[in-house]
Design a protein around this ligand. Structure first.
Ligand SMILES: [Zn+2]
Length: 83
């Protein structure tokens, strides 16, 4: 399926489709990482754009009870310099 993307809303750059890794957030909380997501990515600033069908499929995947491809655990630290 070929998806058509408008130029970037932020910088006007050309947006072309790539498969990216998307960190899926619910509010501030990272709730899933989804790999190989087809998204329009701005060639200048890197802003990703998702089509409605892709957003729907990501929502389905996040709610899915199927076993994930893998589970990863990452350290969470507080930035402690300055302020
Ligand atoms: Zn841009």
């Amino acid at each position: 399926m070929t998806r058509i993307y408008h130029n970037c809303h932020l910088c006007g750059g050309k947006v072309s489709e790539r498969n990216i890794r998307h960190d899926y957030h619910w509010g501030d909380e990272l709730i899933a990482i989804i790999e190989n997501v087809p998204a329009g990515v701005c060639e200048k600033c890197g802003e990703p754009y998702f089509k409605a069908d892709v957003v729907k499929e990501m929502e389905r995947l996040v709610r899915s009870q199927e076993k994930p491809k893998k589970m990863i655990t990452v350290p969470c630290r507080e930035f402690a310099v300055g302020s």
